[in-house]
Design a protein around this ligand. Structure first.
Ligand code: PLP
Length: 408
């Protein structure tokens, strides 16, 4: 295991004694975004202060250095995911990667009558690109029934058919934190000659991922949820699929040549999908973030969060005034309502005590109905979260009895 107090010292947002509403900041919104350690900020500053130049364009040493750094970052990300270098596409985040697959693959290959399988638990970044592609191609969106709020192989089997072409789920749900059995799902999806597109936004930051072992076809995630900069992300895709699909964006840096008859030839993947100037500083920071997490150990991070989750559930259950929606989900997300208090009111109360939690529908706008509610409060943990943070949350809930509003 690792020393959490030492880890906290690596983060300016945590060691600066920051306050919110006059109280020491307790940050429990890590599923939304995460704080950045010094090494990430330093890496980005290094690019801006010492190594600024464009990449993949110049004929002088500064450019070569940026090129070398970016290709090094690609190798780091490939090894982090168990992928090949040419299967790592730099994106601006999980949303960008999901859109790239939908428009680059779905728009090219889906036909009327084909089916795209989703679940009610999906984030807007998984749902909406496929809704749009269904509208554009005449394909149909089909939802699997959730079983005990979870995605199961059995539920998936009940909807798969020869019409299924795409199955897309989050590896870890951003509201409830259940882990989908991706490896088993991939096997079943492939038996039906369909593709599995995984939203890894909430899994890649928190557990060891091996895309070859999972055998997913695509996986997309954001850098800012794993201590990296905003505006960064990666789409992993099996090379043959990346090669077969169309670019989503075109422009400089992704073409070989273009001609007077208005045609163009493109570079092979991953460059084919990286039009325009890359977020170079962001990629420096993303690589630093991944190296930082690796230095702590993904297994250690996962174990720490699971331990915090158990502790939070125990403490919240003891209050006797909380409805928990995901007590049995193992990952570091706890989603609840305080009985009789509307979720946003509870989050406002928590804010008044310096505690940052998310409330509402968390961009998964079809799920609340399945949960029998309209909104929830979500506390989400990361490697720097402590039991004291959870104590502060529970104490605030216990003391907030008179902060009532009508629930519905
Ligand atoms: C499961 C899931 N998918 C996708 C996203 C979208 O991530 P981004 O906004 O960084 O593109 C999020 C962000 O909250 C998420 O939790």
């Amino acid at each position: 295991m690792f020393d959490v107090s030492k880890v906290r010292d690596d983060f300016p947002m945590l060691r600066s004694g920051k306050k919110m509403q006059g109280h020491p900041l307790v940050y429990l919104d890590n599923a939304s975004t995460t704080f950045k350690p010094d090494c990430v900020i330093d890496a980005m500053n290094r690019y801006y202060q010492d190594e600024t130049s464009n990449s993949h364009r110049g004929d002088y040493d500064l450019c070569f250095a940026a090129d070398k750094h970016i290709e090094g970052a690609r190798r780091t990300l490939a090894s982090f995911l168990g992928a090949e270098e040419n299967e790592i596409v730099f994106t601006s985040g999980a949303t960008d990667g999901m859109n790239l697959v939908a428009y680059g693959y779905g728009l090219k290959f889906l036909k009327p009558g084909d089916e795209i399988v989703l679940s009610h638990a999906e984030h807007a970044s998984t749902m909406l690109p496929w809704f749009r592609i269904a509208e554009l191609t005449g394909a149909k969106v089909v939802f699997i029934p959730l079983k005990d709020k979870q995605i199961t192989v059995e539920a998936l089997s009940s909807v798969l058919s020869e019409r299924t072409k795409i199955v897309s789920f989050a590896h870890v749900g951003n509201v409830l934190g259940y882990v989908a059995p991706i490896k088993e799902i991939a096997k079943l999806v492939h038996e039906h000659h369909a593709l599995l597109v995984v939203d890894g936004a909430q899994s890649v930051p928190h557990m060891k991922i091996d895309v070859k072992d999972l055998d997913c076809d695509f996986l997309s995630f954001s850098g800012h949820k794993l201590c990296g900069p905003t505006g960064t992300g990666v789409l992993y895709g099996k090379y043959a699929l990346l090669d077969a699909m169309d670019p989503f964006e075109t422009g400089g840096g992704m073409n070989v040549k273009f001609f007077p008859d208005a045609t163009a030839t493109f570079l092979p993947p991953p460059m084919k999908f990286e039009a325009g100037t890359l977020n170079i500083a962001g990629i420096y920071g993303l690589e630093a973030a991944v190296n930082y997490l690796l230095s702590i150990g993904m297994e250690n991070i996962e174990a720490h969060e699971r331990d915090l989750k158990k502790y939070a559930v125990e403490r919240l259950e003891k209050t006797g005034k909380v409805t928990l929606y995901n007590a049995d989900a193992p990952t570091g997300i706890v989603t609840f309502n305080v009985d009789g208090v509307f979720a946003q009111d509870e989050a406002t109360l928590l804010n008044s005590k310096g505690i940052a939690c998310r409330s509402g529908q968390h961009c998964a706008k079809m799920l609340p109905e399945d949960l029998g509610t309209v909104a929830t409060v979500r506390a989400s943990f990361y490697l720097y979260t402590t039991r004291e943070d959870i104590d502060a949350l529970v104490d605030a809930i216990e003391q907030g009895g008179d902060f009532l509003d009508a629930y519905f």
